[in-house]
Design a protein around this ligand. Sequence first.
Ligand code: ATP
Ligand code: MG
Length: 579
Amino acid sequence: MGIIGKTPEDRASACWQLDREVSDQSAHDLGRELLTGLPDGAINIGFEAVDRHVEEGHGDQPALIWHSKEGERETLSYHDLAAASSKFANLLQSHGLKKGARVFVAMGRRPELYAAALGTLKAGMVFTPLFAAFGPEPLKTRMEIGDANVLLTTKSMYKRKIASWRAEIPSLELVLIVGDEAPDDCVALGPAMQAASDTFQAVHTQPEDPALVHFTSGTTGRPKGAVHVHGAVLYHALSGRYALELQPGLTYWCTADPGWVTGTTYGIISPLVNRVTMIIDEAEFNLERWYGILEKERVAIWYSAPTAIRMMMRAGKEATEGFDFSALEFLASVGEPLNPEAVIWSNEVFGKPFHDNWWQTETGGIMIANTRARDIKPGSMGKPLPGIEAGIVEAEDGGLRELPDGEIGELALRPGWPSMMRAYLHEQARYDKCFKDGWYLSGDLAMRDADGYFWFVGRADDLIKSSGHLIGPFEVESALIEHDAVAEAAVIGIPDETAGEIVKAFVTLNPGQSPSEDLERDIRGLARKRLGAAVAPREIVFRQTLPKTRSGKIMRRLLKARALGLPEGDISTLETDET
Ligand code: ATP
Ligand code: MG
């Protein structure tokens, strides 16, 4: 299998072919064709991502091109990355750590992070990335839940956020510090790497051996630690090839941080397994810098998120002028619903639409996607990938009933694809609740249309019931951002005696716009025209920012808790905010 083609046109038409060829093969079979494997059914993500490419003669190909905050540019070939990850694996073993040991990383997007991820996997140990921007408390809770044995971090993070509670995590045996110096109770990474051998035979892990623990974004409540296994790489390979069109030699940029599952599955594993050259930017979102990277590196495949796309839209088309985006072949988005407005906008500005796709930390890989093989329906998440069966279900008589096309219910998947989570750490009951009647329940509400496309409606918790109508926040938010003045919108339900709930909206404005009663009336007028009076927001509040998680998701539950004067709940992943 492969969407292999020399030109963008070849590749686009090969996608068509693929869609027809693979429709009834299992995800396991399809994934296996893209991998090498190890003797006796063993499979190791780290081996598949780097070592085998070197064995197959591709060691000189750039694996990653790193842009530092300060503007340096550094290239690591597959050979360099294999050597650096081998050193890290040897280093771990030299400290007596064994297969299954849990290795946490909390640092910015620097080459050491990538070497550590792959070295940990090659050593058969379990990798957990955490956002470098987390405060002391979120770092500590996650390391506690995950029984961390090793932590790789920076000196300044260690001093500011970790040293004071380190002793309270008895499982933590080794703290590695990036650079050449480290406090007395830590080990400096630089000299330790230098001393380690750069050859290492990847551990022959079995498909069910744990490989990764990822914490969910915490959008709906306390984050869960989802466990993924080495066998997941079958699906990492397949879904990257199929939904993102990753293939050997292409330049690819995933803007997500590895602290969020997208930044690991599609920011480390899938691209390397598919032998692309990946771009890594250490800096945070900065429009000019991003456009510059797209142009300079001639990025062909770009995977980003609605929050960033809406920021680009906010800056306007003018900001893109003078940049050359002609290398771009395929754009994809994940993390939140992608408003139809954004799809149309990107098509105008980049000459290519963003392709929305849907998945979760739990699913380990993209489940439903818009691909080039099929027409995009702007506002839809697309169709299930090959080997994935999705349905819309509703609780009935203690079981589940599948709903017909056109009806709103919970989005569910038939378990069994390779990258499905195997547990929530220490939360068996919460895990068991995700499965019922042969389905995995996603917690999201959606609808399937007659053509088999899935449409996101909202989180099950975010659904609004007003005067007998079921209202999905996404639909209302998309109508609001159609207004020229509106940049972003978040919609919640507020209890109301007569209607049950009424719709309340929070919006941020585009540059040059300022809040006024006239503007509010105008936005409400547009919403009423688009949605009808029953669904349009009754009240609109103007804000400078919306509360978001570090992975860029709007935290509606926080807006709601505040509006109702309720406790805020777990806000360990909260990034931007204004009260
Ligand atoms: P938590 O489970 O802790 O509340 P979270 O669900 O936001 O956090 P993630 O696993 O990072 O954590 O995000 C998955 C969720 O993101 C999905 O369940 C869905 O609600 C949302 N999502 C992802 N992609 C899309 C998309 N393309 N369209 C709409 N929603 C999406
Ligand atoms: Mg979730």
